[in-house]
Design a binder for this molecule. Structure first.
Ligand code: NAX
Ligand code: ATP
Ligand code: MG
Length: 329
């Protein structure tokens, strides 16, 4: 797809990109198809030639006394999208709870151990991507361990999705992620304001969401930023994409965890596929567009069945059908 690729002046091609990536625009059916095609291009084929692990070994760093649902949602979503193995690195107390939710997850009760960084670090060579933050909490000891885990992951060049309390840590210490171009941040409205305040010293400009996301990404040295909301706005500091796939009016907790877990796997696939398969677009932008579209489609499908009682568990049950519908047609 040629639309927007290699665009030097982002604002000059903004209208073209919006046409290409806005699903609600009545004239954008072709553009939408093009955007979805880029995501389809990165999905690895299922063949008999592969071994277990090849389609993704993802680690989720999060899970503490208060929050066990969030890391579960993220880790199970990664598996349901197509990762082969999904690990959770959480506190000792959270581990039996998360294990009891699912026999499919590999759960390490290490995050509050004195050797946490070593205990997680020895798994890093086997991981394709890390999702840091869902249900992590804000305990100083845990955050200090996560800081060291982030440094070790960056040193190995592991792609990192940062969400929830991981973003709290980044707002305290933006230098931790500055210039690391294999990172994607997935803030909700409040998390975005916090980051924007910390990095740019600006209160959020609600009128110009695309400009705000672009500026934050640039200030962080082209880290990819996904601002979730009524529309999801995605930028790598060079290009700005929007996803307005129809979701639902339901705003139950956990939908962001589904997004960050899915993104963990899609980031790996996109980087593995390389820029030829994404037609010059940053692989991380394409992965982020895929995760946003998928999450919103899951919300839409779950809401059709369950209406107001829709919860994130209902959305996770839709990952398979939604994925096939969007990316395997
Ligand atoms: N079942 C679980 O275990 C869940 C745990 N969660 C975890 O809970 C922790 C805190 O996450 P929060 O997202 O609450 O972050 P914060 O603690 O920063 O709280 C943000 C607050 O802002 C509100 N808010 C969100 N969007 C808003 C908007 N557009 N306008 C105005 N207010 C808005 C929310 O209701 C929330 O009270 C994280 O560790 C997160 O992962 C969540 O992921 C939800 C599910
Ligand atoms: N107003 C909205 N209209 C439609 N979709 C929305 C809206 N707000 C958020 N979403 C979608 O919901 C999903 C999660 O975004 P949300 O802002 O709820 O994340 P979050 O607060 O981090 O969630 P979590 O409860 O998991 O922490 C995203 O896919 C986003 O596109
Ligand atoms: Mg969240």
């Amino acid at each position: 797809m040629a639309v927007g690729s290699g665009c030097a002046a982002v604002w000059g091609c903004r209208r073209v990109l919006k046409r290409a990536f806005s699903l609600h625009n009545a004239h954008s059916v072709k553009g939408m198809e093009d955007a979805l095609q880029l995501v389809r291009n990165i999905v690895p084929p299922l063949t008999a030639k592969k071994h277990k692990g090849q389609d993704g070994r993802v680690g989720v760093v999060g899970g503490c006394r208060e929050y066990t649902g969030a890391p579960y949602f993220a880790a199970i979503s990664a598996l349901k999208v197509g990762a082969d193995l999904s690990h959770v690195f959480c506190t000792q107390e959270a581990a039996p709870v998360i294990k009891a939710y699912s026999p499919e997850l590999i759960v390490h009760p290490v995050l509050d151990s004195p050797d946490a960084v070593h205990d997680v670090g020895k798994w890093l060579p086997r991981l394709h991507a890390l999702v840091v933050g869902p249900g992590l909490g804000r305990d100083d000891v845990l955050l200090s361990n996560v800081k060291d885990i982030l440094e070790a992951s960056k040193a190995r060049g592991i792609p990192i999705v940062i969400d929830a309390d991981g973003l709290w840590l980044i707002a305290q210490q933006p230098a931790l992620i500055q210039g690391y171009q294999k990172a994607v941040l997935t803030p909700n409205h409040v998390e975005f304001s916090r980051l924007s305040e910390a990095v740019l010293g600006d209160p959020l400009d609600g009128q110009d969401r695309r400009g705000a996301v672009l500026r934050l990404s640039q200030a962080l040295g082209n880290v990819t930023v996904v601002q979730k909301g009524e529309r999801d706005v995605i930028s790598d500091g060079k290009q700005v994409l929007e996803c307005s796939q129809e979701g639902s009016g339901r705003r139950c907790g956990g939908q962001g965890d589904l997004l960050s877990g899915s993104l963990g796997v899609l980031v790996h696939w996109a980087l593995q596929a390389g820029p030829e398969r994404t037609d010059g677009f940053s692989p991380l932008l394409v992965a982020a567009f895929g995760a946003c579209t998928l999450t919103r489609q899951c919300s839409h499908q779950a809401f059709q069945k369950h209406g107001r009682s829709t919860t994130t568990t209902d959305m996770i049950a839709e990952v398979g059908p939604a994925f096939s519908r969007l990316f395997e047609t």
